[in-house]
Design a binder for this molecule. Sequence first.
Ligand code: GTP
Ligand code: MG
Length: 313
Amino acid sequence: MSDEIRAGFCAIVGLPNVGKSTLLNRILGRRLVAVSAKPQTTRDRIVGVHTIELAEPPGRAQIAYVDTPGVQDGRGPLRKYMRDAAIAAAADSDVVLLMVDAIDKRGRLPARLDEDDARELGDASRSRPMVIALNKIDRIPKPDLLPLMEQWGQFAPGVDVIPISASRGENVDLLERVVAARLPIGPALFPDDMVTDRSPQFIAQEIIREQLYHQLGKELPYACAVQIETWSERAEKKELTIGAVIVVERDSQKPIVVGRGGQRIRELGIAARSAVAEALGYSEVHLSLFVKVLAEWSRGERELKRLGYGGES
Ligand SMILES: Nc1nc2c(ncn2[C@@H]2O[C@H](COP(=O)(O)OP(=O)(O)OP(=O)(O)O)[C@@H](O)[C@H]2O)c(=O)[nH]1
Ligand SMILES: [Mg+2]
């Protein structure tokens, strides 16, 4: 039947910082999810839908990719929420795309998934049809790649191992076709024009949070959450006005985010404004940022829910 295609969910899972979100942005050709050089940037499941043409019948595939937080040990309810979100996404998917950082000396070896903090990730991946992507091959000498591919080829029976560069787009088309071939045939799961399950407000919030990761030192981004408080648009002008709050955990963190004479928060605002405009297709974005203290928010279930972590599922 002509409305039958390959359609299903593909969870993108792996250790922190391997390039999962970079891959999703590359596939969608837009900046949907936050990316940074710091681990644990992604905090929640985010769906991005991509439709591709196939050379073989049924001719088309709709892949609902689920970007997930990097799985790693860690205490506290936020870490637990993040870990559970990733494992549940893997267990619920039609195909698991396990991503490996080919330049991480320890993390690039299958034995890493036998360690305590990662075992659950390995098990959840193996419970589903799986494809392995060895990422960041733009930074690894070719001779190092083959033995690595062989080792991962033995990780699970019949697994495909695809070397890619998410940031350069190398082999990403091939990866998508391999994923698609493992999806069931049936009706499309989402309307043709749907890109994500998340609201524009959520995407804006993520972009602001991404800037915090880029512009703040080592630890502080983990103490921050972003909440959109006001949102108004004038569609005919493609103009958007947002009021957002950056939530920190302690009084002492507030001046660091604001910076001397408000310098840092101003720079943050400028960078976030243009990124939000680009991601959501507005020609002009006005953004007011405020900083608020919500004591130890990442340790309280109620506070987490208030900030959007753990409200559902
Ligand atoms: N050289 C190189 N760097 C990459 C590639 N893909 C991603 N990166 C970089 O790796 C870092 C982590 O990328 P993310 O996409 O945020 O990684 P992630 O797996 O989503 O990380 P978490 O959400 O924290 O689990 C960023 O600095 C990216 O620019 C790649 O193909 N090559
Ligand atoms: Mg990520």
